[in-house]
Design a protein around this ligand. Structure first.
Ligand SMILES: [Zn+2]
Length: 288
């Protein structure tokens, strides 16, 4: 098995404390069990499967989830293999200040947004204003743009194509779409191909082999295989499950004759230097 260099998509947080309300209830309804209940120590142990892991805060009160920025900052402190990302809901009146604080006071290195969970349109003034702050600090932005199980989400804010305007407005901003924008994989590939700094991750796609095979085929057809980043979506999938899922999907592409995805392509995804591509290998802003 190839060693994973950067896992760009992991979560922590406790069920009942950080993960509550409709999302916590719908997780049980949709999956029959609770996965999102991870201590800092459990997360750090799982993250040892990759050289470096990005850990995401999540400010999604409309669906009952708040994994605070300072909680993530404390979890990554003293663990150089972990990189913390902030999350700020653009609809908060003080959103820009919260993001600036997350960078300058907490040392967080990126921004997680999920319009479908946070109930805002990617073209809204509130969102574009917050992205000005991300642009100022050269923060990479991860978007959950795609479907989700929770009934409290807003589906019409979830289409990957909505990010085309954002990428045109902020051409230097590093961004990526999580979960390959499922179930709109081809739409995702067609959007990111047009923008130099736009990427995609394969997190949680190992549970849907046919969609992952279609995602890899779309990446090959639109010539963006080199933009595919490794993500696990831990605790929903592990690094090991994700690597195995990629190998299975590559074999499925070959056996169906839909795309020539080799084991070398999978190795490339696993060993991709995502930190450099996302601009996170630069020295951090000094924490005040
Ligand atoms: Zn996730």
């Amino acid at each position: 098995m190839s060693r994973v260099r950067v896992d760009v998509h992991t979560h922590l947080g406790r069920h009942g404390t950080h993960v509550r309300g409709p999302l916590a209830e719908d997780e049980i309804r949709a999956w029959g069990r609770v996965s999102w209940d991870v201590t800092v120590e459990q997360h750090a142990a799982a993250a040892a499967a990759a050289d470096t892991s990005i850990v995401l805060a999540f400010d999604a009160e409309p669906v009952g989830v708040v994994v605070p920025n300072d909680y993530v900052a404390a979890a990554v402190a003293g663990r150089p293999q972990l990189i913390g990302f902030a999350s700020v809901n653009p609809t908060r009146p003080d959103a820009s200040y919260r993001l600036a604080d997350a960078v300058e006071k907490l040392g967080l290195r990126g921004l997680k947004l999920g319009p479908t969970y946070q109930h805002f349109h990617p073209h809204s003034k509130q969102c574009l204003d917050l992205l000005e702050v991300a642009n100022h600090y050269e923060l990479p932005v991860i978007w959950h743009q795609g479907t989700t199980f929770t009934r409290a989400a807003v589906a019409e804010y979830a289409r990957p194509v909505q990010l085309d305007l954002v990428a045109r407005r902020f051409p230097k901003l590093r961004m990526w779409i999580a979960h390959f924008g499922h179930p709109w994989m081809a739409e995702t590939a067609s959007v990111i191909r047009r923008h130099e700094h736009f990427y995609v991750d394969v997190s949680a796609m190992d549970t849907r082999p046919w969609q992952l095979a279609q995602a890899l085929a779309a990446a090959a057809e639109y010539r963006v295989l080199d933009r595919v980043l490794f993500g696990s979506d831990f605790p929903f999938s592990t690094v090991e499950q994700t690597v195995a899922g990629l190998r299975r999907a590559a074999a499925l592409c070959r056996s169906l004759g839909i795309a020539d995805i080799s084991d070398n392509h999978v190795d490339d995804i696993c060993s991709r230097d995502a930190l450099s591509l996302l601009g996170i290998d630069r020295p951090t802003v000094a924490v005040k």
